[in-house]
Design a protein around this ligand. Structure first.
Ligand code: GLP
Length: 256
């Protein structure tokens, strides 16, 4: 694992957007795994801004989201991560075939997981996997306790996500339509990416960052599996790095 600590949130987003763009330019037919959330959405916005100033070839580039909702039936509207991804898809000109998401209204969510994972594999697998990390170190919808060996799977979403479903303007769905489920890449799926790229910003991520990087590799800390990934680059700001300051060599590796 290589770690880079930046002075500010903006510097993390700027540098992370450059990693993403450089990867896309070097791998024009590659697949970049994407997350939604307060960490990665602003990075996507900056990628689009940079792309508008200096376009690069995105005609064969693909993205694949790490997670997606299963819209309950009945439900007044579709629950989908598409709303969060639309700025990136439209900004880079990625159509449905290229900006990939699991279908949010599948007949059989388990089968949809299988189809999505097989499709990604058939297209060559994920090259760069950007990762937002929850304050409990979750990845996608893989909460603490999720077995490391799981691939793409269906799971109940957390209470925090149910709250997002109720309050976020793009959703605004009453919790009485629940229980709510999501489809998520498993930690096994994430570990298959050729490069993993977690990003943590802010003091609310400090504990999760320290636990994942310095603590034991345990299913109770989903992101700790990244210690075992052969090519993991972790970007963070000073606040998120609070618990690991003094533990990093100048080259970004951990002081053993
Ligand atoms: C959410 C999403 C993930 C995201 C993570 C961190 O629950 N399902 O895809 O990466 O948690 O989100 P944020 O960056 O908003 O902290």
């Amino acid at each position: 694992m290589r770690i880079r600590i930046f002075d500010s949130r903006d510097e993390v987003i700027e540098a992370a957007a450059s990693v993403w763009i450089n990867y896309a330019i070097a791998h024009p037919t590659g697949i970049i795994g994407c997350c939604t959330g307060t960490t990665t959405n602003p990075m996507h916005a900056l990628i689009v801004e940079k792309y508008k100033k200096s376009p690069f070839d995105t005609s064969n580039l693909r993205t694949a989201n790490v997670d997606q909702f299963v819209t309950p039936n009945p439900c007044p509207k579709k629950l989908t991560m598409y709303h969060s991804m639309r700025p990136l898809f439209e900004g880079l000109g990625l159509d449905e075939e290229h900006g990939m998401l699991p279908n949010c209204t599948p007949d059989d969510p388990e089968l949809e997981c299988e189809r999505y994972e097989k499709k990604i594999q058939a297209l060559g697998g994920i090259g760069l996997q950007e990762l937002g990390i929850g304050s409990d170190a979750h990845i996608g919808f893989c909460l603490p306790g999720t077995p490391f060996g799981k691939g793409m799977h269906v799971t109940r979403v957390s209470d925090k996500i149910v709250e997002d479903i109720r309050t976020q303007p793009q959703h605004g769905v009453d919790p009485s339509y629940g229980p709510f489920y999501g489809m998520t890449m498993g930690l096994k799926t994430v570990m298959h990416a050729r490069m993993t790229f977690p990003i943590t910003i802010g003091s609310s991520k400090a504990q999760a960052t320290a636990n994942a990087i310095l603590g034991p590799v345990t299913e109770q800390v989903p992101a700790s599996i990244l210690q075992m990934h052969p090519n993991c680059l972790w970007y963070m700001d000073k606040e998120a790095a609070e618990g690991i300051i003094g533990r990093i060599n100048p080259d970004g590796t951990l002081i053993k």
